[in-house]
Design a protein around this ligand. Structure first.
Ligand code: NAD
Ligand code: UDP
Length: 317
């Protein structure tokens, strides 16, 4: 049994990861300030194996917390991930990825624990190469609404590099590409939850721009399996690894697919494209395949069907 800290535990990925690790017999200490996370995401967790600390990861006092001792692993996920929410609190988003990341790296250093940092495909910005390998250095705008997220995630990676190279802290950086499932909150604002809920409730399906921009969608169970492999495998120590599904879709294709799979009468409408919305995104996952023997298993059809079924139940209850 390992003692594992998860920051951002009440959010989409954090709550899935906590359930998985607890089901495997580990003890989980979860930290969250409930900005985008919800306490109800934690209600099913086994209380004997789970403790919740309701606080901001940037807190000066956090490292003195009596429960944060003898820790084996840290998954540092705390940071709003939906553009709607990180753009509503840009300075807090920067703090989570800078001050908060230093706090978690210090915690790893004190405990000689391994730490996985949740970085993002957004570090590639509006990429000029496709697919994007980890060696691509990105095309990010410092002067725009996405900069608070993209640039602070890049800075978070720098802190990971420094603690790895200066203090031998065992770090892993996961560059996560768009992950989805029905675990996304109804008001999250990201594309899959928006489209599925709109289709199921007969509202217009809102495509931003022409819908020609692309994304590559990974089902949550695949992403979580990738995180765990990164944590377990010593070959991932000191490495940045793309975690995503390389099958790329235009957003308009996703709108039609959701409409078809839900059998919905909703109309597809076109709204303005948000500023700096990346035109394409597709991971090169050769490194994950080679080092971790990891690749996604769930197709978009299968993942969307599961997502739709769970949202149907959630919307009724
Ligand atoms: P989410 O918004 O659902 O969850 C983030 C959690 O962090 C929430 O529970 C929120 O309350 C908490 N949080 C935010 N700021 C905090 C702070 N200062 N102190 C304590 N808690 C704080 O997002 P998610 O989709 O679960 O993403 C988790 C992580 O993975 C994020 O770091 C995100 O940047 C990264 N990521 C996610 C995706 C994706 O597709 N889901 C893609 C790329 C990167
Ligand atoms: N998008 C859309 N309609 C929506 C929400 C998002 O067309 O209701 C588009 C958005 O402009 C982007 C893509 O879907 O091109 C993915 O958006 P999301 O916010 O899920 O994640 P991002 O990859 O942009 O961070």
């Amino acid at each position: 049994m390992r003692k594992v800290v998860i920051t951002g535990v009440a959010g989409f990925l954090g709550s899935h990861l906590a359930k998985d690790l607890i089901d495997q017999g580990n003890e989980v200490i979860g930290i969250d300030n409930l900005y985008t996370g919800k306490k109800k995401n934690l209600t099913d967790l086994n209380k004997d194996k789970f403790t919740f600390i309701n606080t901001d990861i940037c807190s000066n006092e956090l490292l003195k917390h009596p429960l944060l001792k003898n820790i084996h692993e840290i998954y540092h996920l705390a940071c709003p991930a939906s553009p709607k929410y990180y753009q509503a609190r840009p300075l807090e988003t920067i703090n989570a990825n800078t001050v908060g990341t230093i706090n978690m790296l210090e915690l790893a250093k004190q405990n000689r624990a391994k730490i996985l940092y949740a970085s993002t495909s957004e570090v590639y910005g509006d990429p000029e190469v496709s697919p994007q390998p980890e060696t691509y250095r990105g095309n990010v705008n410092t002067w725009g609404p996405r900069a608070c997220y993209d640039e602070s995630k890049r800075m978070g990676e720098v802190f990971c590099y420094l603690y790895y190279s200066l203090y031998n802290v065992k770090v892993r950086v996961a560059r996560i590409f768009n992950t989805y499932s029905a675990g996304l909150a109804n008001d999250d604002g990201r594309v899959i939850s928006n489209f599925v809920i709109q289709a199921l409730t007969g509202k217009d399906i809102t495509v931003y721009g022409s819908g020609e921009q692309t994304r590559s969608f990974c089902y949550v169970t695949d992403t979580i399996a990738g995180f765990k492999k990164m944590m377990e495998n010593e070959k991932a120590n000191g490495e940045i690894i793309n975690i995503g599904n390389p099958t790329e879709y235009k957003i308009i294709e996703i709108a039609h697919l959701v409409k078809e799979l839900t059998n919905s009468d909703s109309h597809i409408i076109f709204l303005p494209l948000p500023e700096d919305d990346p035109r394409q995104r597709k991971p090169n996952i050769q490194k994950a395949k080679m080092l971790l023997n990891w690749e996604p298993k769930v197709s978009i059809d299968e993942g969307l069907k599961q997502t739709i079924n769970i949202y149907k139940e959630k919307l009724v209850n």
